[in-house]
Design a protein around this ligand. Structure first.
Ligand code: PGA
Length: 249
């Protein structure tokens, strides 16, 4: 049985005072009881990791980062290594988010190296894949996602089982245009079948979560799908009450 995982992705948002208030509200909300057998996390900007790790010390909410370097240490200005994140108590790291693929030219090969670096330091990589609107509209969505997944399989092999894959159709990110639950399920199924071509165990056990305009009012239907193992929540995770409602969905 795969655990349902709900992760917030704050992107480049937050401030010391906003974070404090958010952590307090979510901490209190979680103490009132959360469905059993689920994992919850939040990926915050690097400068806030230390503050948030302290605020989360006695919480069931796990800390995440939004990226990680493929390198261990050295002359890589601006990069943050997995060992540094581990020291901050980070348990998840997003890699290959479409915003990084598109705005910073991140390639599949780099993303797989980043995921490997995270795994080396007991951090669960959340590997993002997803098609553009053009690819979806021209019937090439599965082909586009397959290419991204294949590249991760070839580098990470059976270490993939310790990763999460986030299927995030690019046209659904931050647009309010959520994929229908059936459309998302079909892609999650396709990813799982592709992984089964490589290894049945990996396919059966890996968590595949959905991202792209997840909100409290669509989460229940999405999470009820057999191959959807939770969500990666952007905009809606900035609101503590909305995030709690998604975690309860
Ligand atoms: P969104 O973002 O929920 O705001 O669409 C999801 C993501 O980019 O991870």
């Amino acid at each position: 049985m795969r655990a349902l995982t709900v992760i917030g992705n704050w992107k480049m948002n937050g401030s010391l005072s906003i974070n404090q208030a958010w952590m307090q509200s979510v901490g209190e909300g979680m103490q009132c009881g959360m469905p059993a057998g689920r994992r919850f996390g939040v990926c915050v900007p690097f400068p806030y990791l230390h503050q948030c790790s302290q605020l989360l010390a006695s919480s069931q909410l796990l800390l995440g980062a939004q990226d990680v370097s493929a390198h261990e240490s050295g002359a890589y200005t601006g990069e943050v290594s997995a060992v540094m994140l581990q020291e901050m108590g980070v348990r998840f790291a997003i890699v290959g988010h479409s915003e990084r693929r598109m705005q910073y030219g991140e390639a599949n090969e780099t993303i797989a190296l980043k995921a490997g670096a995270a795994l080396d330091h007991e951090i669960t990589p959340i590997i993002c894949v997803g098609e553009t609107a053009d690819e979806r509209n021209s019937g090439r969505a599965i082909e586009a996602v397959r290419r991204q997944v294949a590249s991760q399989v070839s580098t990470l092999q059976d270490r993939l089982v310790d990763c999460l894959i986030a299927y995030e159709p690019i046209w659904a990110i931050g647009t309010g245009k959520v994929a229908s639950a059936q459309m998302a399920q079909d892609m999650h199924r396709a990813i799982r079948l592709q992984l089964a071509e490589f290894d049945h165990d990996v396919a059966a056990h890996i968590g595949i979560i959905y991202g792209g305009s997840v909100r409290a009012d669509n989460a229940t239907e999405l999470f009820a799908m057999p191959d959807i193992d939770g969500g990666l929540v952007g905009g809606a995770s900035l609101d503590a009450q909305e995030f709690l409602a998604i975690c309860r969905a």
